[in-house]
Design a protein around this ligand. Structure first.
Ligand SMILES: [Zn+2]
Length: 290
């Protein structure tokens, strides 16, 4: 990656710290479609009239063997796609009119979005750029980026030898525990993280959740979390000294959240997942400080 490209890519690298001092007017709640938000399932619009979800089912190409490099940037672990852009995985369909290529993926703990007021222990973001645009161009276009968000739930009784979708990623974490640690030539099967039940999602037009909070993102948020074990979750507490790395939730303005008409949004089922999350998260941060 040459220096110019690196500079461009850093424009969509997560930055945290004091959110009141973030650069850019958009980050100061001045705009209309800021992220993240709480998704109230009772307010979600089933898109029978294809107002927002106009392009059929989501279509994923090339996610089962992805070449990436990884870095611990002091705030999160970020995996960035390597090699020629033409071979990067792509997504289209659903709310996406164009093809979008995978640019990078990273982790937030605890989650940025929430469902019915309740957060998950972790949220993974898969950041995609409209395929025929550079990152710079995409950051100026109202649908320049597409980010898929996948929640993780921690299942305390999950056996450590049971396979989980994040196994391949966790394998690399011991090499990425200190700020600045990096590795290249990482091959991952990301398709395992992107559930095949792809009509179970929420989608809305929002923003980046880090400076400069550009309102250029089509969010696709999976309704059902993937499972990770307690041990796996604790691995992340060693990164970034356990500091939170999520943006606070934003006031609702022009946000309208849609879901495919075939999705059965089942609220009681959702709430069931979260009974122990508060304890888990408290435990997580306790572990960091001891
Ligand atoms: Zn993110």
């Amino acid at each position: 990656m040459d220096e110019k490209e690196l500079h461009h890519r850093q424009k969509i690298t997560e930055q945290f710290g004091d959110q009141h001092n973030w650069p850019g007017d958009r980050c100061r709640e001045g705009d209309k479609r800021q992220s993240p938000i709480d998704i109230k399932t009772t307010d979600v619009v089933k898109d029978f009239n294809s107002l927002f979800i106009k392009y059929g089912n989501l279509k994923f190409v090339g996610y089962n063997k992805v070449l990436l490099s990884a870095i611990n940037n002091g705030l999160t672990i970020q995996f960035t796609t390597d090699g020629d852009e033409s071979i990067h995985p792509t997504i289209t369909g659903g709310p996406l009119k164009y093809n979008y290529r995978l640019e990078q993926m990273h982790f937030h703990w605890i989650s940025e979005h929430s469902l019915n007021g309740i957060k998950f222990p972790m949220e993974i973001h898969f950041v995609h750029v409209q395929s025929d645009l550079s990152v710079d161009e995409a950051l100026m276009k109202r649908d320049g980026l597409a980010i898929i968000a996948v929640f993780c739930e921690v299942q305390a009784d999950l056996d450590d030898y049971e396979n989980t979708p994040v196994d391949e990623i966790i394998e690399h974490l011991p090499n990425l525990t200190s700020t600045g640690d990096r590795m290249s030539g990482v091959l991952l099967d990301i398709s395992k993280l992107l559930s095949p039940k792809n009509n179970n999602y929420f989608t809305y037009a929002g923003s980046l959740t880090s400076p400069e909070c550009n309102e250029v993102v089509i969010w696709i948020i999976y309704q059902y979390p993937i499972r990770i074990s307690d041990t796996q979750y604790r691995q992340f507490s060693k990164i970034s000294a356990g500091r939170h790395n999520f943006r606070s939730q934003q006031r609702l303005s022009q946000h309208v959240v849609f879901t495919p008409p075939s999705n059965h949004v089942n609220k009681p089922h959702l709430v069931m997942f979260f009974e122990n999350v508060v304890n888990l998260v408290a435990d997580f941060f306790r572990n960091v400080t001891t």
